[in-house]
Design a protein. Structure first.
Length: 140
């Protein structure tokens, strides 16, 4: 490994929670309208892993299998007469994202964070996983 001096690696430390949050914010800022405006109503929270309760609820044994999660009520289900008490939130999980990035090897970390964020925001807009996959693939 190349170093700038004997004490510091050239590439620095692994991305922090704040680094992943900054990448997510850049991806959010890059969204086209009207999605950007609606997506800004969604809080973005970055943690190292999903908590045990979330993993158990989703029946996920390996915490590295969950890179992101949307919690809240989709815009397509929200009503003005009965608003949800649950604020919309996207959870990004740093360690599984970094693990997927390392395993993929052909995508920038910023692109992967944006991909996970957009996928989770798709659930906020009421899209199914299948619809999100079509959109991510550039199809109609």
């Amino acid at each position: 490994m190349r170093t700038t001096d004997s004490a510091h690696a050239l590439w620095g430390p692994a991305p922090s929670l704040d680094d992943i949050a900054a990448m997510a914010q850049m991806a959010l800022d890059a969204l086209d309208e009207p999605f950007r405006t609606h997506a800004r109503a969604v809080a973005i929270k970055v943690e190292d892993f999903a908590d045990d309760e979330t993993l158990a609820t989703m029946k996920i044994e390996n915490p590295y299998e969950l890179t992101g999660l949307y919690s809240g009520v989709a815009l397509t289900l929200e009503t003005h007469s009965a608003p949800s008490d649950m604020p919309p939130m996207v959870w990004l999980y740093r360690m599984p994202i970094i693990d997927e990035w390392a395993a993929t090897g052909d995508i920038a970390l910023e692109e992967l964070v944006a991909h996970v964020l957009v996928h989770e925001l798709g659930h906020h807009f009421g899209w199914s996983d299948e619809e999100i996959d079509v959109i991510n693939a550039g199809g109609d």
